[in-house]
Structure formats: C-alpha cells, structure tokens
Design a protein around this ligand. Structure first.
Ligand SMILES: Nc1ncnc2c1ncn2[C@@H]1O[C@H](COP(=O)(O)OP(=O)(O)O)[C@@H](O)[C@H]1O
Ligand SMILES: [Mg+2]
Length: 272
C-alpha cells in the first residue's frame, strides 16, 4: 500500500464518535509505596477511548502518563477504580495490547525479523505463518531491507519502526505507545509520525499514544487528553477535527496552530 492509498483508507473511517468505547478508565487512582514514602501518581482518572480511535495524551513530566498506560495493559494494578478493555475488567497482563516504549528494547543478538517475531514465540503461535505478516509490516514501515540485520546496524528511528512492527505482528486489538519517538530528533520524529499514520491506517487499531510533543499529539490524534501535574488527572479533552488524510504541511495551518496553542495554554506553557 502506498502512502496516498493509506491516507485514503484513513479518510474512509467511520466517525469515532459513533463507535463504541473499548477502553473505559473509571476513577483510577494509583499510589506507589516505596521505602521513602508514598507517591500518588494518579487521582480519580476517568476517560474512554472508542473503537478505532487515535487518542494522544500530553502532560507534564511525572504526571502519571506511563502509569496509566501500564494499568491499561494490565502490567500493573490500580490502587482504586477500574479499567475495562473490550468489556472485561483488566486484572492481568493483556496479550491483545501491543506496547511500544520510548526505547526500542530490541534484543541485540537477534535479527530485526527475529525481534519482530518474538511476541509470536512468546504467545506460542506458529512462527512460519507469521513471517509473511512480519515482512509486510517491515515493508510498510520502510525497513524491509533491514530484516536480516542486527539492531546495532540500524539508526534509532529504524529501530523504533521495528519496535512498532513487533507490537503489531500478532494483530493485537490495541496499540499502546509510551513516548515512542521521544528519543528522536524533530525531523526524524515528523517522518515517523507520517510512517506511523501509514502503518496505523492499514489496520486502524484503537491507539493510545503518550507524547510530550504537542505538535505530534495534534497531528496524530482524533482527540488529545491533556493531563495536569501530579497527582495526574485529565484537565481537558481537545477534539482534533482536522480533516484526514493529514499531510505534514497541515502543521502550518491556522487550525493546527490554534489547537496547539490551546493545548499549550491548558498545560500552562507560554506559546510564542
Ligand atoms: N515504580 C515506581 N515507584 C515509585 N514511584 C513511581 C514509580 N513509577 C512512577 N513513580 C512516580 O509516579 C509519578 C508518575 O510517574 P510516571 O507515570 O512515570 O509519569 P510520566 O510518565 O507522566 O512522566 C512520578 O512522580 C514518579 O516518580
Ligand atoms: Mg513516562
């Protein structure tokens, strides 16, 4: 699929407002207990994400963004409140959520293809059956030639593309991404945003992406959740009704800048 085909597919989506909620976070609180005392990271956090919706989350450092993603994926329990995913209360790690972290976390002794197939091995699925899918994702991500290379032979951006392929290879129903492009320079990040849109539009996974880049949050999202300082809670929701497909130059439009400056203001950041 070419980028323009992907963008057309993207454009044909049913309005997210008409879709059922598939993630429901209700009154979630999280307190970490450490030897040095207790830290309440999240206080009474509630929001929903609809089927096939792309939601981004922005907020100051330490406001609990990573914490909420870990609770949704079942990697960590909430102290109070509950999370429902596809109608089930989350009480253990979910295999239907593909996770992408800030660093690619690839195994350096494995080839890129073998790294991407790792979840298949963990889930004890038939490896041979998933090789074509892995190759298809590598092609979509623009790193097919790297299939048989080791991670150290790839740039940071290429490694992160591989990490996204790994999260998608077993066709999880959700994609949860924690600052996936945080370690990249601004230009690589803009390129990765377009690549992610391309990969995402192919399967239209329900996605929650955390970022500290307001521009990235607006460019990708159907809706931006703005969090306040710890203990984290949602201070505002900003619907992004910029038409899709979105070309990178949409960033220069008045509507884009208006949305960005609104989020800057909500975060209490001066917008020059
Ligand atoms: N495992 C942990 N033990 C104790 N405190 C933690 C732990 N993980 C996170 N925290 C604290 O919880 C708060 C929220 O952390 P985190 O979710 O990582 O924030 P963010 O991703 O928004 O930067 C921070 O104050 C952090 O120090
Ligand atoms: Mg974090």
């Amino acid at each position: 699929m070419t980028l323009s085909q992907a963008m057309v597919a993207f454009d044909e989506r049913v309005e997210p407002d008409d879709r059922p909620a598939v993630i429901r976070v209700s009154g979630v609180e999280k307190t970490y207990h450490t030897r040095r005392g207790s830290v309440t990271a999240l206080a009474d956090l509630s929001f929903e994400v609809r089927d096939q919706e792309f939601v981004t989350v922005v907020g100051p450092s330490g406001c609990g963004k990573s914490t909420i993603l870990k609770i949704i994926s079942g990697l960590m329990p909430a102290t109070a409140g509950q999370v429902e995913v596809f109608g089930e209360i989350v009480d253990s790690p979910r295999s239907d959520a593909g996770m992408v972290f800030q660093s690619p976390r690839l195994l350096k002794w494995r080839t890129i293809l073998d790294n991407i197939l790792l979840p298949i091995e963990i889930l004890r699925l038939p490896r041979a059956k998933y090789i074509p899918r892995a190759m298809e994702l590598l092609e979509l991500a623009g790193i097919k030639d790297a299939a048989h290379m080791r991670p150290s032979e790839l740039s940071g951006g290429m490694q992160q593309r591989a990490a996204i392929c790994r999260a998608l290879v077993y066709d999880p129903r959700l994609l949860l991404m924690d600052e996936p492009f945080g370690a990249l320079d601004a230009m690589s990040r803009d390129i990765m945003n377009v690549e992610l849109m391309k990969i995402w539009s192919e399967r239209r996974k329900t996605t929650v992406l955390i970022t500290h880049s307001i521009s990235e949050a607006v460019f990708l999202a159907d809706r931006v959740l703005v969090m306040g300082a710890r203990p984290g809670t949602i201070v505002a929701e900003v619907k992004v009704d910029l038409p899709r497909p979105r070309h990178p130059r949409v960033r220069a439009s008045a509507a884009f800048m208006e949305l960005s400056s609104r989020i800057h203001r909500l975060l209490g950041v001066e917008y020059a």
